[in-house]
Design a protein. Sequence first.
Length: 187
Amino acid sequence: MTKDIITAGLLGGLVILIWLTIAHGMLPFKRYYTLKTFPDQLEVHRLLKANITEPGMYSVPYYSSPEQAAALADEYRNQPVYEITYLGYTHDTMRGLLSTSIVAIFLTPLMAAWILSMASARILKSYRRRLMYVVALGLFLVVWDNWMGQLTDEKLVGLAIFYAVANIVAWLLAGLVIAWKVKPKMA
């Protein structure tokens, strides 16, 4: 059974990797997640470099109390809000974000296969129930990651919908493989 769980998790991860590559790279949804550039990037870069010296999250305008907000001029308070995250590295020293994503892409289906293997006999005896079980686990992740992110990080709605749909499809496809591979134990 352990071999089946590992195989199911790795195959599920491979399916997710292939699907997300297609969804992000080949389907016509780039408008939802394409980063925009500044007209004068060099000037913006110089200004940020001069004012942001430590890694962290920054917000402009930012005020920590109602008094501080009241002290700001109306024209400043009514300006757009910007959030800037500085991670402390340059293009030359940037660690690979892809490597951490790959680990997550393979680890989460592996965990889903393991959790499925411990499900009740009623769930395990039916392929459809095993599939729905894995999809339900994926839905928990989608709701937490995409919709909680939408509420807390104020992502663009189109971007949150794109990620949610792409991830639901990813878990449906991974579920097809995981449910096929994880079967009830034979007594």
